[in-house]
Design a protein around this ligand. Structure first.
Ligand SMILES: *Cc1c(COP(=O)(O)O)cnc(C)c1O
Length: 374
C-alpha cells in the first residue's frame, strides 16, 4: 500500500465530469486569455471573502508582488516578515529592491509573535531602513494573530499584507483571513487548500487605488488601452482554463474544509500525547494546508523521515532552512533578540500526510507507524 501525502486524484475523480465540461466550453469559445471564466471566478471570490476587489493572477508569488506594487513599495523600503516561511514571502519583497527585516515567530502557531514584533521594527530602524509595512504569513493554514498584528501596524503607521497562500478558507475571530490587512494574497498552486492544475493566485483588497495599480500591473502597467503604459508592470494574468478548474473546485471547497478539520482532529486525538501537535487558538479555524508536528528534542528527524518512508508513509519537512540563513537573504536585518524559535522549529518540524480524502484506516497506519518509529 502506498499512502499519498496529498491526494489530488481522489478530488479529481469527484469533479472530473464537471471539469471536462468546463474545459470543453473554453475550447469552444476560445477565450484563453481573460475569458469570461476569469471574471466569473473573481466575482465568486470577492463574494466569498466579502471584499470589494478580488484580483486573479498568475501565482501566489505574483499576487504578493502585485500587492506590494499596489502598496507603492519602493527601493530601500523596509518590510517586517517572518524568516520561518516559504521563500516567496521574502522573495517578493527583495525582488522589488525593498528590504526584508526578519521577525520572530511563536512556537505554537508557527506565525509572527506579536510580543516580538516591536523588536523587528526596532532592528529595521537601527539599520537605518525606512520601515513601511508588515508581510504576515498564515503558515500551514493556521492564521496569524491578525487583529493584534493589524493594531500594531496601525499604531506604527505601517501597512499590513497578509500572505494567505496556505490559509485560503481559514478564519480569525470569525472573519476570513483574506479580509485582514490593506491587501491579502493567496495561491492556487495545486497543493494549496484551493488549487488549480497549474499556477494561479489572487489578491483581495477594499482599496480602489491599490486595486487599480494591481489590475494594471498584471498586464504590463496598461492604461486606458493596450498601448498606454501607466506603470511598470509584468505579465501576471490567470489562464482562463485555470479559472474554470477553480470554479469547479470551489463547489466542493467548504466540504473539503470540513473533512480536513476531521482529519486534523483525528491526528490530535491519536498523537496529542506522543508529539507536539498543532493546537489552534480559540479565535482560529485552519484550512490545514499542512499538518505539522514538532518532534521531541534530540530525535533524529532525518532518521524518522527515512524509517517512515520505508514503511510507505510519506512525510515532508517545511521548512528545514529558515530564510535568514539562505545565501541571497543572509545580509538582511534580523530582529533584536534573535530568531531562536525560528531555528528550533526548522530543526524539529515534520509534516504528515494531510488532505480531505485521508480515511480513518490509512490515518491509523500513519499514527501507528510514527509511534513505532519514535
Ligand atoms: C506557496 C506559497 C507562496 C507562493 O505561491 P505560488 O503560487 O507558488 O507562487 C507564497 N507564500 C507562501 C507562504 C506559500 O506557501
Amino acid at each position: 500500500m502506498t499512502i499519498a501525502f496529498i491526494d489530488l486524484a481522489a478530488q479529481q475523480a469527484r469533479l472530473r465530469d464537471d471539469i471536462d465540461n468546463r474545459l470543453a466550453a473554453i475550447l469552444d469559445h476560445g477565450g484563453y486569455i481573460m475569458g469570461g471564466e476569469v471574471y466569473q471566478l473573481e466575482e465568486a471570490l470577492a463574494k466569498r471573502i466579502g471584499r470589494k476587489h478580488a484580483i486573479s493572477c498568475s501565482s501566489g508569488t505574483d499576487a504578493l508582488i502585485l500587492g506590494l506594487l499596489g502598496l507603492g513599495v519602493k527601493l530601500g523600503d523596509g518590510v517586517i516578515v517572518p524568516s520561518f516561511t516559504f521563500a516567496a514571502s521574502v522573495e517578493a519583497i527583495a525582488v522589488l529592491g525593498a528590504i526584508p527585516v526578519f521577525a520572530e515567530v511563536e512556537a505554537c502557531s508557527f506565525n509572527l509573535d506579536p510580543s516580538r514584533i516591536a523588536d523587528a521594527l526596532a532592528a529595521g530602524v537601527a539599520a537605518g531602513v525606512n520601515m513601511v509595512g508588515m508581510l504576515v504569513v498564515d503558515l500551514f493554514g493556521q492564521p496569524a494573530r491578525l487583529d493584534e498584528l493589524s493594531a500594531f501596524a496601525e499604531a506604527k503607521g505601517l501597512w499590513l499584507l497578509d500572505d494567505a497562500a496556505q490559509s485560503f478558507g481559514a478564519s480569525w475571530k470569525g472573519l476570513d483571513v483574506c479580509r485582514y490587512g490593506r491587501v491579502s494574497a493567496t495561491s492556487f498552486f495545486p497543493a494549496k487548500p484551493l488549487g488549480c492544475y497549474g499556477d494561479g493566485g489572487a489578491l483581495f483588497t477594499d482599496d480602489d487605488q491599490l486595486a487599480e495599480i494591481a489590475i494594471s500591473c498584471r498586464v504590463h502597467g496598461q492604461g486606458r488601452d493596450k498601448y498606454e503604459n501607466k506603470y511598470i508592470g509584468m505579465t501576471a494574468r490567470l489562464d482562463t482554463m485555470q479559472a474554470a478548474i477553480l470554479l469547479s473546485k470551489l463547489t466542493i471547497f467548504d466540504d473539503e474544509l470540513v473533512r480536513r478539520q476531521q482529519v486534523a482532529m483525528r491526528y490530535q486525538d491519536r498523537l496529542g500525547n506522543v508529539v507536539a501537535v498543532p493546537r489552534l487558538s480559540e479565535s482560529a479555524t485552519s484550512s490545514w494546508a499542512q499538518y505539522v508536528i514538532k518532534l521531541p528534542e534530540g530525535v533524529d528527524r532525518d532518521d524518522v523521515h527515512i524509517r517512515l518512508k520505508n514503511k510507505g508513509i510519506p512525510t515532508a519537512i517545511y521548512y528545514p532552512r529558515p530564510m535568514h540563513i539562505q545565501a541571497p537573504y543572509s545580509h538582511y536585518p534580523i530582529t533584536i533578540g534573535g530568531l531562536e524559535v525560528t531555528d528550533m522549529l526548522a530543526d524539529r518540524v515534520l509534516a504528515l500526510p494531510m488532505h480531505p480524502y485521508l480515511d480513518d484506516a490509512t490515518q491509523e497506519v500513519i499514527v501507528e507507524g510514527l509511534k513505532s518509529v519514535l
